[in-house]
Design a protein. Sequence first.
Length: 400
Amino acid sequence: MNDYFKDFPNNEGFYGEYGGSFIPPVLQTEMEKITDAYFSISKSHEFISELRSIRKHFQGRPTPTYYCKNLSNRCGGRIYLKREDLNHTGAHKLNHCMGEGLLAKYLGKKKLIAETGAGQHGVALATAAAYFGLECEIHMGEVDIAKEHPNVVKMKILGAKVIPVSRGLKTLKEAVDSAFEAYLEDPINSIYCIGSVVGPHPFPMMVRDFQHVVGIEAREQFLDMTGELPDTVTACVGGGSNAMGMFSGFLQDENVRLVGVEPTGRSLKIGDHAASLSYGSKGVMHGFRTYLLQDEEGNPQPVYSIASGLDYPGSGPEHCMLKDEGKVEYTTANDEDCLNAFYTLSRVEGIIPALESAHAVSYAMKYAAENPRKSILVNLSGRGDKDIDFVIDNYGIREI
Ligand SMILES: *Cc1c(COP(=O)(O)O)cnc(C)c1O
């Protein structure tokens, strides 16, 4: 296992043929500086103990692992949840944002810069910036700003500056370009903080390492509770950070099946889903090589999911490699599966899941029904408070 983390990524940031760093030379120089700093600082005793203390006292880690007695009775099998919804700010994203913020502090940076789509990453990063006393600048498309009002307000309350992006389609892709440009204007005093295990090296590695705590905790807790390992471990995959954090705790366990769940949205037509590992082809986007939903010119296709945190046209490079190797299986859940799991978990367990996480819950419910003697551990990546108005306005209250 130690060899796995040593070998992947390699020195150029590749996981097999995926990942790497396809960026302009000025940016490459900055990425190399961040990589070097990460390797020296993140291994220091001081950094490790400070991050540990933050996780315990500020984030509320370890989050529990919970046996869903009612849901298991209803579906069959044994379903367990890793409760990342109980992490401070209500999702797993704070795990890597606090790591990135701490690294920024050690590097003497003054400002954190990032883009955000639905605003979840922006809120988590604004939280980290407030904690570390750093400035925070979040680039967000004007279309998204109009759609995601509560998150925009939260970022502002936390002291972040929200920069509206008015070019192109005014959504995530343009926000990424705008944030990179802002970062390049002042790379000495600022640092770019990505929101998932994507982008050029070293981000997929750093974000995985900061999310690794989820898998380590869950494995130990599951063993403590049951005396054995789960038969299957599952997580939803957008960019892939919550899944990578969870899976990385179990990669050395030959008998544990790992399953990533991608969103098939409304249909399999172009623009109706975001299942890039299941239906994409190899290509380069946002500075790294990945399985991409792309048109004939290699441009990313429009994507959609009921869960805005999952609508990304690529996936983390490590997932691409693990898929090719057969080490992780990738399956799908659509909007209807997601809604059904959203309402079922809410009604029978009293836990309202994020729509993203509900994709993984949906798979677990199917698996449990088909495998009554087996156990499945789900990474419940976040809570659904952010989604309730959207669900009620668009789908209404549903019976289960
Ligand atoms: C952002 C988000 C996701 C998707 O991101 P990954 O990098 O694929 O984990 C999943 N769940 C929640 C709750 C999120 O906020």
